[in-house]
Design a protein around this ligand. Structure first.
Ligand code: 3NM
Length: 226
């Protein structure tokens, strides 16, 4: 078995801390999936492993209802403790992708964050199924991002070229106002993003279903134009 063929169009990265007061996290996740989210990554930076595992288990039940693949951010043991269709997303400072692939086996979806052309060249043959490319624009959702880190769409296009066919998901500062500009700007005649990943544009909204469907429409329009 190979990793599930994923649809990267609207990739939701979770952050319970951004869910508005009075909104239940799992309800928000369910609504986002109803609205058209195609892939989910569970990213919780300030919780112990036990709590992370509990959140991930409950989230997986919801993702499974919609038959949408789910990945775990940065925690191999949590991914391995869950069902064999749960994937893993890692950053540049986590364990090497080749090692992650060896430990995960061939069947789980594996993603890597890349921030430069050099990292994209390494990612190509690393065993990753896709790369997250960012930050495209400024964002408050990830600690430690400074103005100099911001790639902009044109630099993202060069990174996507260097990925040489490995699916690329844009991330960082993408929302209903910026997504189309980023998708078109990060495209070249020979390469284009496979989708967008967002935290706040969905998680921080009360109407997560509408938020997700607005993004899904924009990605669909972009794909139809190629
Ligand atoms: N990774 P928002 S930017 C989790 O550049 C994450 O690798 C990034 O949140 C990267 O959609 C980012 O709210 C935060 O901007 C994305």
């Amino acid at each position: 078995m190979a990793p599930p063929r994923a649809d990267y169009s609207v990739y939701l990265v979770t952050a319970r801390s951004q869910v508005p007061a009075g909104v239940d996290y799992l309800d928000a996740l369910r609504a986002a999936l109803k609205g058209g989210v195609t892939l989910v990554q569970i990213r919780e930076k300030d919780v112990e492993t036990d709590e992370f595992l509990d959140i991930a288990r409950k989230s997986l039940e919801v993702c499974d209802e919609f038959k949408v693949p789910m990945l775990i951010n940065d925690n191999l043991s949590v991914a391995l403790a869950l069902a064999p269709h749960v994937g893993l997303h890692i950053g540049q400072s986590d364990l090497p992708v080749s090692q992650a692939r060896a430990l995960l086996g061939p069947d789980r979806l594996l993603g890597i964050s890349v921030h430069s052309v050099e990292q994209a060249r390494d990612a190509r043959t690393s065993g990753a199924d896709y790369a997250g490319v960012g930050p495209i624009y400024g964002t408050q959702s990830k600690a430690g991002i400074v103005d100099d880190d911001v790639l902009g769409a044109r630099q993202a296009a060069q990174i996507i070229e260097a990925l040489d066919g490995l699916p690329a998901v844009l991330i960082g500062g993408l929302n209903q106002q910026t997504a189309a500009r980023a998708l078109f700007g990060a495209s070249s005649p020979t390469a284009a993003p496979a989708g967008i990943a967002v935290i706040s544009a969905i998680m921080a909204r009360k109407d997560t279903e509408v938020a997700a469907s607005e993004l899904a429409e924009q990605v669909a329009a972009f794909k139809a134009s190629r």
